[in-house]
Design a protein around this ligand. Structure first.
Ligand SMILES: Nc1ncnc2c1ncn2[C@@H]1O[C@H](COP(=O)(O)OP(=O)(O)O)[C@@H](O)[C@H]1O
Ligand SMILES: [Mg+2]
Length: 336
């Protein structure tokens, strides 16, 4: 076991490719990140920025994709090209995952109890009776009312929020050291979202599990994160503490994401402010700064060159303008 605060997983210069229609496309282009014992790393960025693919690579679940370069180190061990058997020993045991849609992850034909028992038995070989007691304990730990009877309920008999709680219970069944939660509350309404986020925070305090929380919502980041990695178009464009990212963002994309958080006083009938333009597709990626096609500050030759992620203001940002926060902040001033 590592000491608290020690790195449990390190992703170094990860590249992931998919073969589509006879061509290969790169979905993740040199992502580096690390997660330490007990902390919450929020991974944030718009849809299509490579957040899920990075997580799937860490879990050894890339399917038709492959790691074409870089390394993933789990607890000091290189698992970049680990066998399925080796990954099955880690996944669901030391490193577990919760996805966005609990209805597709739960089997409608089996009771909640039998699915959670299965999760327990695969790794721990617990006798049936003891497993049932542990399942009831898990359900009550994640705040499912009347857990004794919910053990025998089917997924459709639970609300969306309760199903997500069951998924979290399943992910925590084997007391993992890292929980990867990929947009865990995106399908839930705001009240239930707040409850599920609070649950994850409480469980983290109780169990010391580290959390990799994937979200497209800076509001969730503000609520949950210790550290943040901002993804854009397959790259990390800024990374630092939650405070640095939320109060002094240096990359124009981070700044734009923060601008897109709906304010409490925004009228409900007004559409949510969005960042103009779209994430470039994998086969038309700009050769220079990948955000340059949408960046309100892009001008001239330096933005047409690839940008490096470099130390600036105590964190790292991938923009040559990041040294001059005042310039970057111009976005805040011109935004509505
Ligand atoms: N199985 C796949 N085959 C081909 N392309 C994929 C596959 N999975 C993801 N991609 C592409 O990789 C990019 C990153 O996707 P993803 O990691 O899912 O984004 P997000 O940040 O929304 O989680 C997207 O352009 C997506 O279309
Ligand atoms: Mg995703």
């Amino acid at each position: 076991m590592s000491r608290p605060g020690e790195q449990i997983v390190t992703v170094d210069d990860l590249h992931v490719e998919f073969e589509t229609g006879g061509r290969s496309v790169e979905a993740v282009s040199g992502v580096s990140l690390e997660i330490r014992e007990g902390e919450t790393l929020a991974v944030v960025g718009e849809s299509g920025s490579g957040k899920s693919v990075t997580a799937l690579a860490m879990l050894g679940l890339l399917g038709n994709g492959r790691v074409s370069a870089g390394t993933i180190t789990w607890d000091g061990r290189d698992i970049t090209n680990a066998s399925n058997a080796e990954m099955r020993g880690i996944r669901g045991n030391e490193m577990s995952v919760v996805f966005q849609d609990p209805m597709t992850a739960l089997d409608p034909l089996f009771t909640i109890g039998s699915q959670l028992r299965e999760a327990l038995r695969v790794h721990r070989r617990i006798p049936r009776k003891q497993a049932r007691a542990r399942v009831v304990e898990l359900l009550s730990q994640v705040g499912i009312p009347d857990p004794e009877s919910k053990v025998d309920a089917y997924p459709h008999q639970l609300s969306g929020g309760q199903r997500q709680r069951v998924m979290i219970a399943g992910a925590l069944a084997c007391t993992p050291r890292l929980l990867i939660a990929d947009e865990p509350t995106t399908a839930l309404d705001v009240t239930v979202e707040a409850q599920v986020l609070r649950l994850m925070r409480d469980l983290q305090t109780e169990t010391g599990v580290a959390l990799m929380l994937i979200t497209h919502d800076m509001g969730v980041v503000a609520e949950m994160a210790d550290r943040v990695a901002v993804f854009y178009a397959g790259e990390v464009v800024e990374t630092g503490t939650a405070e640095q990212i939320l109060t002094d963002p240096r990359h124009p994309y981070t700044q734009a994401l923060l601008q897109a958080i709906p304010r409490p006083d925004t009228p409900r009938d007004k559409p949510m402010p969005a960042i103009p333009g779209v994430v470039p597709t994998l086969d038309e990626m700009p050769s220079g700064c990948r955000f340059s096609t949408r960046c309100p500050l892009a001008d001239g030759d330096r933005c047409e060159l690839p940008q490096t992620l470099h130390d600036v203001g105590g964190r790292q940002a991938r923009c040559w303008r990041a040294e001059t926060p005042a310039e970057t902040r111009r976005i805040a001033e011109v935004a509505p």
